[in-house]
Ligand binder design. Structure first.
Ligand code: 7XF
Length: 412
């Protein structure tokens, strides 16, 4: 398969002169190419019939264009990949079966035993487990650095450092990392910088514009927006994405996305700007409301001007997103009691859906950390995470309010 024909954002519908919202709907697709079908067809096929034995062999050898097996490429995924590359400002993208599929395919492609990956202090629980328990098992070294202090990164580099990896805003405690500052230092040391942009989405933040080499998403979240798929995405240069496709995806993980999932993701992405605007607006109101409650002891939301991360977030994001973390007086018992007292808001992991979801990271999304690691990496047992959904914000706040009223939490 040739790089220039697969998943490269370079055709006539990939016009940078259209605004983001227009490209989220139209990029890379012309209905005239598909019998006028407004929505692209779903190529629900595992394999592709070659024109001749030589043709199929040439495709395997990378000497001829085209699709030959859906673990490697498929026209429906190809369209999604072109569209996502366009929205991220990347040369190319790759769709995978899950966010963890994107992370593992990417890192398996780029590291060898003895290499070192420098990561921030806070990572999503399974990313942490993949690095610390998975890659470490194969001789890859993982070093944690507080990347909210870029000078600490410079001091941490070693001869073996190959990759600098971070989430911003970070799951679950909303640390915001200065992408330009960190990626510039990584470049000085010839390290590859990788940003997990799941919380922001390309509508709010495009890390490549700030110097990142690769951008990763759990597409399960805001990109889908409807809680009906599990998927992943990685974007970067055409060469690197082709390497991840032909090694990390094809040989190392096999984590291929279904064409049906690709279609549902494209449907979700059409409304990404509308949804993100609403998530941001509602989360800002909920964060202010929580901040004014006597029962809360800390609110982590970069939209609050009191947040330590407000200025860096305002510089690199066009909105502060829909995720909030907070702590209650009364610690973990109060947190669990509070979650159980909610009516409208569901207790569930995942995020970025239409439904407001609440969860307790220490026992759920970040349960892969030991108790000591949670203390070391700043994931308190008191922390509650809320993904503010698309319901009427007054109903969301009313539900939070009745839960505070119905359980007896100490006031400040
Ligand atoms: O493999 P997935 O599609 O679930 O994505 C993994 C992943 C990667 N990066 C970030 C920042 C994530 O938040 C996730 C998944 N997080 C969910 C959550 O925090 O609720 C997973 C539920 S256990």
């Amino acid at each position: 398969m040739k790089i220039d024909t697969i998943a490269k954002a370079s055709d006539k519908k990939t016009s940078q002169h259209y605004d983001f919202a227009t490209r989220a709907i139209h990029s890379s697709y012309d209905p005239a190419d598909e019998q006028g079908s407004l929505n692209p067809p779903i190529y629900m096929t595992s394999t592709f019939v070659g024109q001749s034995a030589e043709h199929v062999g040439d495709m395997f050898a990378g000497e001829s264009d085209g699709h030959f097996y859906s673990r490697i490429s498929n026209p429906t995924l190809d369209l999604l990949e072109r569209r996502v590359a366009d929205l991220e400002g990347a040369e190319a993208s790759l769709a995978t079966a899950s966010g963890m599929g994107a992370i593992s395919a990417t890192l398996w492609s780029l590291v060898s035993p003895g290499d070192e990956i420098i990561v921030d202090m806070t990572l999503y629980g399974c990313t942490f487990a993949f690095m610390r328990h998975g890659l470490a098992k194969f001789g890859v070294k993982i070093k944690h650095v507080d990347m909210t202090q870029p000078h600490l990164l410079r001091a941490a580099f070693s001869q073996d450092t190959k990759i600098v990896y971070f989430e911003t805003p970070a799951n679950p405690n909303m640390r915001v990392i200065d992408i330009a500052a960190i990626t510039q230092i990584a470049a000085e040391f010839d390290a590859i910088s990788i940003v997990d942009n799941t919380y922001g989405s390309p509508y709010l933040c495009r890390p490549i514009e700030h110097g990142a080499d690769l951008v990763i998403h759990s597409a399960t979240k805001y990109m889908s927006g409807h809680g009906d798929v599990v998927g992943g995405l990685v974007s970067g240069t055409a060469d690197t994405i082709q390497n991840i496709r032909l090694f990390g995806l094809k040989d190392m993980t096999g984590a291929a996305m279904s064409p049906m999932t690709a279609m549902l993701l494209m449907r979700g992405i059409k409304t990404l700007p509308l949804r993100m605007d609403r998530h941001c607006e509602s989360a800002m109101q909920v964060a202010h409301w929580l901040d004014n409650q006597d029962q809360t002891s800390a609110i982590y939301y970069p939209g609050l001007t009191t947040s330590a991360f407000h200025h860096v977030a305002a510089r690199q994001m066009s909105g502060f997103g829909g995720m909030i973390a907070f702590e209650l007086n009364g610690g973990k018992p109060a947190a669990l009691k509070f979650i159980n007292a909610l009516n409208l808001i569901h207790c569930a992991v995942s995020l970025g859906d239409a439904e407001t979801l609440i969860q307790h990271p220490a026992t759920m999304t970040h349960a892969a950390y030991s108790a000591e690691e949670r203390v070391q990496f700043g994931i308190s047992d008191d922390l509650i995470r809320i993904s503010v959904g698309l319901e009427s914000v007054s109903d969301i706040i009313a539900d939070l309010s009745q839960a505070f009223d119905n359980i007896n939490i100490a006031h400040k």
